[in-house]
Design a protein. Structure first.
Length: 332
């Protein structure tokens, strides 16, 4: 199998591909808004595109690759070979980009791609399979603007062990948990944040020079470069700005599927966390959420409860309290 796969190394996948759209200001604006990037180099009459958009100008969109000129059958043949051998699952692992010249609105992008390498058979936590690396050379007017390498793993999923519930995490007759949540990395740049979490406070950095709020915590201001800062406490209100549902990779301390959300706080900064209180498939963009703190093993983490369930819990608690002191239906 490995010998057959090695035959695909160096084979051309696309020659003279053409970007669907020229580099343009609206796409740059949408990208910067999604990333929260306010660098002035990406706006105005002399704007350039963010370098990390390199691949965006070559992507085919939802319509796929069927009508793309210059595309060969190399990818399809390679993936069909792997599928037939049982390596039916796929996951992106990493990418590398090299920037040689900036892209500006109006540039017409062309590209060539090839299968740069296919690894030997590898065993990972996901399963056994092969890493496939594609290299794409991106040009404007024949001049090389950048190189994009993209690596995926085509694999046969490992057999999953049965789910371990919270009640089962502790092995009988022992005090040791079978699996613990990964520990957060605490360093001198973010220690203040975790100290705040320990006191049930979600602290946001504020630049003392220009007043810009920033999250996650950083050693300096990305707006003015100032090194000095203080903190403000979040009120805990927010909305789901975006989210994904995690299915893989499975990890014993987690019970997929679950929703991971990018929450926009009322203060204007965003934080990645879990949404609790609703099933993962009911999380929606724009959903109001409220901060709470949850204990996982020996670590406490900020999470966000769907506002509707938080309100219901408050009403329920109030009703119970009223009944306890002789509310509706209560005796004297």
């Amino acid at each position: 199998m490995s010998a057959r796969l090695k035959e695909y190394q160096g084979r051309t996948a696309t020659v003279g591909g053409v970007g669907r759209d020229p580099v343009n200001a609206p796409m740059i604006r949408h990208w910067c808004e999604a990333m929260g990037d306010t660098n002035p180099a990406y706006t105005g009459p002399d704007a350039v595109a963010p370098p990390t958009m390199l691949q965006a100008w070559t992507m085919s969109g939802l319509s796929g690759h069927a009508d793309r000129p210059g595309r060969s059958e190399t990818y399809d043949e390679l993936f069909a070979l792997l599928d037939a051998a049982g390596y039916t699952s796929i996951v992106a692992t990493d990418c590398e980009q090299e920037y040689l010249r900036p892209l500006r609105p109006g540039d017409e992008v062309t590209f060539d791609s090839m299968i740069e390498s296919v690894s030997g058979r590898k065993t990972t936590k996901l399963g056994t399979g092969y890493f496939v690396t594609t290299r794409m050379d991106i040009r404007v007017g024949g001049e090389l603007a950048g190189t994009h390498r993209f690596r995926i793993l085509k694999y046969a999923p490992a057999r999953r062990s049965p789910k371990v519930t919270d009640a089962e995490r502790v092995a009988p007759g022992t005090a040791e948990p079978r699996s613990r949540r990964p520990r957060p990395v605490v360093n001198r740049d973010n220690a203040g944040f975790w100290e705040g979490v320990g006191r049930h406070r979600l602290l946001i950095q504020r630049c003392t020079a220009c007043g810009t709020l920033r999250f996650p915590w950083l050693p300096g201001c990305g707006e003015c470069g100032g090194p000095d800062w203080d903190t403000v406490e979040s009120c805990g209100e927010g909305t789901v700005y975006s989210y994904v549902v995690m299915h893989h990779p499975p990890f014993p301390a987690f019970d997929p599927p679950y929703a991971v959300a990018l929450v926009e706080l009322a203060e204007g900064v965003r934080i990645v966390s879990n949404v609790v209180g609703v099933p993962y498939d009911e999380v929606r963009i724009g959903m109001p959420v409220r901060l709470e703190f949850r204990q996982y093993d020996d670590v406490e983490l900020p999470v966000f409860r769907a506002a509707a369930t938080a309100a219901a819990a408050t009403v329920g608690a109030a009703t119970v309290g009223a009944a306890a002191v002789g509310g509706p239906g209560g005796g004297s």
